[in-house]
Design a protein around this ligand. Structure first.
Ligand SMILES: Nc1ncnc2c1ncn2[C@@H]1O[C@H](COP(=O)(O)OP(=O)(O)OP(=O)(O)O)[C@@H](O)[C@H]1O
Ligand SMILES: *[C@@H]1O[C@H](CO)[C@@H](O)[C@H](O)[C@H]1NC(C)=O
Ligand SMILES: [Mg+2]
Length: 317
């Protein structure tokens, strides 16, 4: 009789612990999805080793992220907006950032990626209203349980202006919203907005025979150029209730179009991951990509996208 009661008690133990949060404590204890101790030297090394041909973005991201991670009391969340043509490393760099911040890198449950046309394909007004409240809840819920959460918005230029408006309070200098502080969160916006300006600047530079790595875009000039294009594009989500205008975006970061040599490095990186190295093949594959403008053929049309698929055609196992 007595032993029976103890047995029942024993069975109930897990239920009790779940309810009292002891379970939370233990799962937290064994949880390996947490922050890494931030090491800016290591971050710089990783960027230099992995990201090709983006000296401006590299330096800005290195300084901005390192400064932010080292600040124990930042006044606002870090908000970066990455711009440039397709396939030149925007999405890729977010993975590099994530693996330097979280133990589990881009797979961390604290990294939230939204692709505008997929997650918020706003059709009706009711739907947009639903996305708005959902997004607010998600950001609020996740940041309240993990302050250093990261939110990546891809195709930001296609985002509904109302949705951007809804997000604005989170990006601002606010002590807290409903008791939650957002100052340790990181927001990264990705888009092709401004790409024409960026490409034209790079092209002019090249035509003048200057060294690409010396292209120091005076940030303000760059920003003005990008603003102009964004603001003239009537369909752009950036256009309306100006994230940029209100200085909620901390850094507007240009990504340059990639040249043949960068594509070659991308091929070599892919080869290395397959444990093969062959400079001739790397050169051949890089040359197989298409380049523009038609006369000079300097920049890769797809950047380093599809390099892997092209490479597969040249390796026989
Ligand atoms: N600058 C670069 N350095 C090294 N690898 C790169 C670079 N750019 C692109 N790559 C390689 O090409 C792949 C595709 O690039 P990525 O997805 O970052 O393009 P993107 O700039 O986000 O383009 P889109 O605007 O189309 O989304 C990356 O996963 C990476 O392997
Ligand atoms: C956190 O964000 C994810 C989307 O990335 C969402 O599914 C989840 O419900 C959010 N969590 C909270 C507590 O709001
Ligand atoms: Mg991308």
């Amino acid at each position: 009789m007595k032993s029976g009661r103890i047995f029942v008690l024993f069975l109930m133990l897990p239920i009790v612990t779940v309810e009292t949060g002891v379970f939370d404590f233990f799962s937290g204890f064994f949880d390996n999805d947490k922050l890494r101790p931030f090491n800016s030297k290591g971050f710089g090394k990783d960027l230099r080793k992995s990201l090709y041909g983006q000296h401006i973005a590299l330096e800005t991201i290195l300084k901005a992220v390192s400064g932010f991670m080292k600040d124990s009391n930042p006044p606002k969340p870090l908000v970066l907006s990455l711009h440039g043509p397709s396939g030149v490393g925007k999405t890729y760099v977010t993975k590099i950032i994530a693996r330097n911040i979280y133990e589990m890198g881009e797979m961390s449950k604290h990294v939230h990626t939204f692709i505008t046309t997929y997650h918020f394909p706003h059709k009706t007004q009711t739907e947009s209203a639903m996305y708005e409240s959902q997004l607010k809840q998600w950001i609020h819920g996740n940041v309240s349980s993990f302050p250093h959460s990261m939110f990546i918005f891809d195709e930001m230029d296609k985002m509904n202006p109302h949705l951007i408006e809804a997000m604005k309070p989170f990006l601002d200098y606010m002590p807290h919203i409903d008791g939650v502080s957002f100052r340790k969160a990181i927001f990264i916006f990705l888009s092709n907005a401004g790409q024409d300006k960026i490409v034209n600047l790079a092209l002019d530079f090249w035509r003048k025979g200057k060294v690409r790595e010396e292209m120091q875009i005076n940030t303000e000039e760059m920003e003005t150029h990008i603003y102009e294009q964004i603001f003239n594009d009537k369909s752009s989500g950036f256009r309306q209730p100006c994230l940029i205008d209100q200085h909620l975006v901390d850094h507007i970061i240009p990504f340059l179009p990639l040249e043949l040599r960068h594509v070659q490095w991308c091929v070599l990186a892919e080869m290395a991951s397959l444990n093969i190295i062959d400079l001739d093949v790397a050169h051949t594959v890089a040359k197989e990509m298409s380049y523009y403008p038609p006369e000079e053929k300097i920049f890769s049309i797809k950047g380093c996208k599809t390099v892997r698929q092209k490479l597969m055609l040249y390796i026989d196992d």
